[in-house]
Design a protein around this ligand. Structure first.
Ligand code: FEO
Length: 170
């Protein structure tokens, strides 16, 4: 059984995951319009994953006697200067999600809610992977550069990333 404090904190995290899902959808669309099909595939997949992260929280809250509240996302950034800005925003988004998870871990610890702490371990690991992924893409873009064939290579690289990971299930 969740305490009110933990339930509210989990619902706040639902909002964060939902917001990420919408942000990445906007990034996917921007990339697609710019002809970067590989990068678009990557962000469509990221957007889907964030939705699954949100649904995992829904299930957990409702299965634990709480009520998962459907969020209304805020407006997201629709236009970007270039792919570097997109990836910078992606990393920023992931750092924000990690901060939310860390806050949740802190609250669950304070509340001595060991079941929720256990549930959150998956998110802690996931966030570490996601941040690492975002940083590695950022590094690659810096290395390749946006000039000459740079965009083509970056797009190809990001496209290959979207095809490798296994599909997640909740
Ligand atoms: Fe749901 Fe990218 O974290």
């Amino acid at each position: 059984m969740l305490t009110k404090i933990v339930e509210e904190a989990l619902n706040e995290q639902i909002e964060v995951e939902c917001q990420s899902s919408y942000s990445y959808l906007a990034m996917a669309s921007w990339c697609e319009v710019k002809g970067m099909e590989g990068a678009a595939r990557f962000f469509y997949k990221q957007s889907d994953e964030e939705r699954l992260h949100m649904l995992r929280l829904f299930k957990y809250i409702n299965d634990s006697g709480g009520h998962a509240l459907t969020p209304a996302p805020d407006k997201v950034q629709l236009h970007f200067k270039d792919i570097m800005e997109v990836v910078d925003c992606f990393l920023e988004g992931e750092v924000k999600v990690s901060q939310g998870i860390n806050k949740l871990v802190y609250i669950a610890t304070q509340e001595k809610d060991y079941t929720t702490l256990n549930f959150l371990q998956w998110y802690v690991e996931e966030q570490h992977e996601e941040e690492t992924l975002a940083r590695s893409i950022q590094d690659k873009i810096k290395l390749i550069g946006l000039e000459a064939n740079g965009l083509y290579l970056i797009d190809k690289e990001m496209g290959s990333l979207s095809g490798t990971a296994n599909a997640e299930t909740i």
